[in-house]
Design a protein. Structure first.
Length: 90
C-alpha cells in the first residue's frame, strides 16, 4: 500500500451497491487510518445496499491494532463476524 489516500481513491471507485471482498492478509503494520477506512467503507456499502467482507479473518497485526485502538472493547457480534469471521476473541 503506497498511501491510505491512494487506497481510499481506489475504494471510492468501487460499486458499493454490490458485495466487496477485501484481502487484508498482507497488512504487516497497519495504522488506525486503515481501520477507519475499512469502517467507512462498510458503512457506505451498507447504506447503498451492499456488503463489505474480509477474505480472511484479521491477522495478528490488524488484531493487535484493533485491541490498541479500543475497537474490541465494545465489539458487537456483527463486528466480530466481520473482523474475525465469528471466532471469539481471547
Amino acid at each position: 500500500m503506497t498511501s491510505v489516500a491512494a487506497v481510499a481513491d481506489d475504494l471510492r471507485a468501487l460499486p458499493l451497491g454490490d458485495d466487496v471482498l477485501l484481502d487484508v492478509s498482507a497488512l504487516a503494520a497497519p495504522d488506525l487510518s486503515v481501520v477507519q477506512l475499512i469502517h467507512s467503507l462498510r458503512s457506505e456499502a451498507t447504506a447503498q445496499g451492499g456488503e463489505v467482507r474480509l477474505s480472511t479473518p484479521a491477522g495478528e497485526a490488524l488484531t493487535a491494532l484493533l485491541h490498541r485502538g479500543g475497537f474490541t472493547d465494545a465489539m458487537t457480534p456483527d463486528d466480530n463476524a466481520f473482523w474475525f469471521h465469528g471466532v471469539p476473541l481471547q
